[in-house]
Design a protein around this ligand. Structure first.
Ligand SMILES: [Zn+2]
Length: 256
């Protein structure tokens, strides 16, 4: 099946040296987050998407065979976070897998007593260390709607950006002009604040999955930056300001 798939996608590659305008606008129109971009930003995104489609391999899991529409949608959402940062921030991604639903991932965890727990956990997306991004299609379809702040593609891309300087720790390399002290202060305070809210039974404004670790905090707040900057601004204004410097502004005033 994989052979057939790669054959299909490389055939598709010949056709998508440039994406037909109609196809592109159909996509942009159907995703509120893309529709909200200024015209120049949409144009710049299209160029990044053409590179992404030509550069990365797409494969399907559990019987799904990704078609060009799927690859296009994933690529647009994957390139959006690097519109300002630059395409090379996605260099570490080699392939993208699309699954028909949340997939089960085998994981092992060692507890405080040194006992290893094994199990299968359903995931909507995952960034693997060797350059593979894996996404569930229903979660991709739910991304970019600007409703509840969820965007699995942005989430996984945030992990990829985070890992560019080594560990998944919520501290990606910062573009020129950004100050590491300001970043660390904003994120540490907010992460602590969120955990305190949860400890004292206060309902947090953002998805409590962000409290899992600094890496997840960065990935989840990145989702809000694009999907619901208003919620992030209310909940953690200093983090919102840092992410605006990092990714650039989201939405129609994206500054292009
Ligand atoms: Zn994550």
């Amino acid at each position: 099946m994989l052979d057939k798939l790669f054959a299909y996608l490389s055939a598709a590659h010949h056709k998508i040296e440039s994406i037909e305008a109609d196809r592109w606008y159909l996509l942009v129109d159907s995703v509120p987050l893309l529709r909200a971009l200024s015209d120049p930003a949409q144009q710049k995104l299209k160029e990044l998407v053409e590179r992404f489609l030509a550069d990365k391999k797409f494969f399907g899991g559990d019987g799904l065979e990704p078609d060009l529409e799927m690859a296009l949608r994933v690529s647009a959402l994957a390139c959006l976070p690097v519109l300002n940062l630059g395409y090379h921030w996605l260099d570490d991604i080699r392939e993208v897998g699309i699954y028909p639903e949340a997939f089960l991932v085998h994981h092992e965890e060692q507890d405080e007593f040194g006992v290893v727990h094994e199990g299968y956990e359903p995931l909507s997306g995952e960034a693997w260390e060797h350059g593979t991004l894996v996404l569930s299609w229903p979660d991709v379809l739910h991304s970019g709607l600007m409703t509840d702040g969820h965007n699995v593609v942005v989430h996984e891309i945030a992990h990829v950006l985070d890992a560019r300087n080594g560990a998944f720790n919520g501290f990606p390399p910062l573009p020129k002009g950004m100050d590491a002290t300001g970043w660390t202060r904003a994120f540490s305070n907010a992460f602590e604040g969120l955990n305190q809210q949860l400890d004292s039974g206060v309902e947090p404004q953002i998805d409590d999955y962000a409290a899992t670790s600094p890496a997840e905090f960065f990935a989840v707040t990145s989702e809000y930056h694009f999907e619901r900057p208003d919620i992030l601004q209310n909940a953690f204004p200093e983090v919102a300001a840092q992410l605006e410097m990092f990714y650039g502004r989201s939405g129609s005033d994206s500054g292009f």
